[in-house]
Design a binder for this molecule. Sequence first.
Ligand SMILES: Cc1cc2nc3c(=O)[nH]c(=O)nc-3n(C[C@H](O)[C@H](O)[C@H](O)COP(=O)(O)OP(=O)(O)OC[C@H]3O[C@@H](n4cnc5c(N)ncnc54)[C@H](O)[C@@H]3O)c2cc1C
Length: 418
Amino acid sequence: MSSDVDLVIVGAGAAGLAAAKEAQKLGLTFTLLEASHRIGGRAYTEDLAPGVPFDLGCHWMHSASLNPFVAIAEREGFHYQKDSDWHSSIFERGSWLSDEKMAELEDTEEALDDAIEAAAADGKDVATADFIDLASPWGPYLAYWSSLGTSHDIDQVSIIDHVAYNDTDENWPLREGFGALVAQWAAAVPVTLNAAVSRVAWRGDGVTVESTKGSVKARRVLITVSTNVLASGAITFDPALPAWKQDAIAALPLGVHNRIAIMLNDNPFGPDVKDNATIMLDGDDVPMSIEIRPFGHPYVCGVTGGRFGSWLERAGQQASVDYVTERLVGAFGNDIAKSLTDRVIVTAWEGDPWTLGSYSGTAPGKGHVRAELAKPIDDTVFFAGEATHTSFFATCHGAYLSGIDQVQAIAKGLKIAA
Ligand SMILES: Cc1cc2nc3c(=O)[nH]c(=O)nc-3n(C[C@H](O)[C@H](O)[C@H](O)COP(=O)(O)OP(=O)(O)OC[C@H]3O[C@@H](n4cnc5c(N)ncnc54)[C@H](O)[C@@H]3O)c2cc1C
């Protein structure tokens, strides 16, 4: 098979863009095909109002001291905050919890981590649900925050993800937006937009990749689309992907994490309000964490996860805004409603045809499947993206690192070195 390029990269999210930059650096010829009209994928910032950037996808540079985007942010002139605490206060059934109660919560979280680590060290590949009693006072909060971290409910994810994730507990948000950073950092990468890939025909000697912008022949292909896009069958592989690869895709589904932003017309929160309130109005309620005026920007942002996030997304934009409003009114009083405007952004990642969800979680019993997802087939079809990273999955930098790793492996196989 004669080739147009060394490499076709499918998808221009953080993984595909990092892969393209690495390919440029190593001297590989490549074509980067992106289905949508923009780059960035799940890294995407829009203006809620002029000068008020809002991240629809990634927002925090997690494990910041190990996160390559911190240096990129500094190079690109972006600003970040180091002291973010995403559950700094809790309002429960009519009152704010005391410092003593908050300290009790911290102890409970530590005990949960210890129990999960001990079980994982014993080789147990079971659901997080086995360690959280929903009937206990902290159960609903622990389950809710877990659903934000994993985008799944606690019965849907293995504790192996919990222990494998390299968490330094430094989560630094970007003032101008993480999506804006990714877009600026990758602005010079050549990308073919509106090029949805529908078929990848692969043989030992190369691939033919068909898209809405025509077909390209290459020596290798790097697939960076989400596991839910792969599972949907939107891309046909010829021959079909082997069973072990299909099993890995099925074991790493994306769940739901959505962000609901409401612009404020003034600052109704006193000076003592913490930067994040988690609100549970009554015992049957799903708690909701609400970011309050991040970086002093005039908005609040409620976040949802797991099955509840999926349900609220399907209930629609107004239902989502109402849910946040009801929580704010319950915790801060009726007058708060006067400060909320109808300028909103409500994400709907499950309905986004190019991602079909938020990020991947490992199904219980499939604890070590990410390494399988990352393995190439026949040294021809390669895979990158957040779901393939074994310690920084579900993050933007995990996606970035996976793209670089795979291109280095491809270059090595093709005997192309910088
Ligand atoms: C609400 C939310 C909050 C998050 N918060 C954080 C956070 O605070 N910090 C953090 O680090 N991470 C966070 N993440 C996760 C992070 O955004 C993702 O892990 C990362 O951006 C994924 O990058 P990727 O390159 O693997 O995939 P994607 O960004 O999904 O890129 C894949 C690309 O493939 C394209 N594509 C799909 N189908 C096709 C096709 N058929 N042909 C061609 N192209 C196709 C898509 O359009 C997309 O651009 C969050 C995600 C969400 C949704």
